[in-house]
Ligand binder design. Sequence first.
Ligand code: SF4
Length: 442
Amino acid sequence: MTATTPQTQTASGDDQDPLLEIDGLKTYYTDDSLVNSDPPVKAVDDISLDVIRGETLGLVGESGCGKTTLGRTLVGLESATSGSVTVDGTDVTELSGSELREWQRRVGMVFQDPQESLNDRQTVGEIVGEPLEAHEWKTPAEREERVNTLLDRVGLREEHFYRYPHQFSGGQRQRVGIARALALEPEFVILDEPVSALDVSVQARVINLLEELQAELGLTYLFIAHDLSLVRHIADRVAVMYLGNVLEVGPTERVFEEPANPYTQSLLSAIPGSSSPAPDDLDRITLRGTPPNPRHPPSGCPFSTRCPAKIPPAAYADLSGDAFEAIETFRDVLRDRVRGEGGLSKRLKRQLGLGAGGRSVEVIVTQLFADVELSPAASDVIDRATATADTDPTEALALLNEEFSSVCDRESPVEHDVDETGRTSRCLRHRSDYDDPGSDRL
Ligand code: SF4
């Protein structure tokens, strides 16, 4: 396994023609007010990824991981902070005016909620024809003919032209949204949770329609979804996002059969039921805590504050797995306290020695370490951190960070090839000096 640059290969290993080459893309949101000194929200944080012509690339990850922002940045609805998205030799993040409009003409977008994304005061004909009007596509008569062709193609009828969105079912409304997205004959379509607001039976029909249209029109899809079973069904390749980063990308079947990254393993393991797309031998993994605030992402690996496979600190190599887990949970408790300590009443309470609210850290520590054996050195650090945690959680956290810092807290993992299919994963455990993140060790 070696560090690599992003691959452009299919499951068979053949070189393919990338439609989009995303390189080091970052989309940060900054509050520009004079009084605000908060760091930016890192919604997309250094993503490099190719989208291959004619494929369906699935984009999965928890809510808020940056999937939608990535899609919107690709089409120019959000400004990239840095990095590039190269299409036919042009960086589309640099485009403006008519050149940007020309790129946007080549991209269609289908949104999650067909109820929200269609203007209820416009007829279906006006909605589908809107992009044609905006781009002054041919003559009015040709535009009308094009709208009727599109309605027919997505399974609606000519008489639907003069109806309003509220007169349609959810599935029909999404068909209107698809017809609108295809109006200008795009080559790339971003499908942002296109069926998650629909009933299951309707979902299947809309997915079938999308697959037919792709085959007929040679479309390239970016399919953003949280439904992993659906992604397994429709996507050729899948990219797994966490906190603005892509942690694993590869052919869908390979990723689902043998997830290589600890985050992918935990994401797949969380799907309950017999229809779960996770491998049978993958035990359920419950992640501690919640995803970090993208304004304050962890240093090192983005998954380091929750990863069940995190590499223990070299100086405490004798720690058992349970002891390391308890210490990591203690660090997480303190991170939460530090995050919430800015309020005036909490500051006052601390100054009066009343703690910052919630349960006393001493009680939490007693419970966390009740059945855990620690070396005298580790125990001493935990005692010292506990003694200051209620009044000064920042100092207590700094002590734990200094003593129990792992290589995962310090180094950001680069992409590694994980098999011969072009699949890559970002995890330090792929390096030869650490154990591989096999599912059996989580
Ligand atoms: S680098 Fe460390 S924290 Fe990140 S996924 Fe790998 S083991 Fe987990």
